[in-house]
Design a protein around this ligand. Sequence first.
Ligand SMILES: [Zn+2]
Length: 250
Amino acid sequence: MADVTAYQKMLSEFMKWQKSNEKEYVDLWELINTKKATYKDAQRYSKVVADKWSRLLQKYLGVDADIKGLTPKEIEKCIENVLRRCYANSSYYSSKVQEVINDSVNINVKAVEGTIDKSRIDNLIEKLRNGEDIANDVLITTENMWLIEEGVVENISMSAVTDTIEANAKLHTDAGLTSYIERKQGSGGCCDWCSSVAGRFVYGEQPRDFFKIHKHCNCVINYMPSRQRWQKITYSTDAQGNRRKNTQDM
Ligand SMILES: [Zn+2]
């Protein structure tokens, strides 16, 4: 099957790249191995793999690629495979971050991965299909290339991170633990919509759409199993000689 071949080519190139010891990629795995990784690193990882996958999509299905013999259906299947694989790469790393967090607070629950929302894939394919060029067997054209370049793959990859946070927060909450989640805008802020959902919450009390990220969103969503982890605790002694505990948000 032609679509399998095109996807297999991309996959083998991706796997070769994984073994190529590219510094950023190696460093990110080193953070997992040394148990220092955070969800911020998961977000970085999701961008690194998304960048690689979108380059491969352009190389193998873009205007300069030889895709004769691929039917539109096969091209769609190929794109779907890539998006699913990218999501899986990203959610796997995210679950490793969750393991680091769980270990750090002795939570004896296995970390889980997020589950892809198929409508995200369907939406992208629908948009590409509306580019019409699928009829000419050229799916990603200069006209609809922006769909890939504008960070659609990245957005799907990043959603794997937030889906993983949500899945673990839910799992811990269902197990009777209290989970704390935080959404923070990047330096310089993000947008009005993001500032309306930013903040720290007990899982279950967050605003609707708290986990949603838009294209080029610079927000970081974090999961911490303990509120103490993000509070600075100091002690002071009052006039009566009583020791007081002061907590201050970091
Ligand atoms: Zn944002």
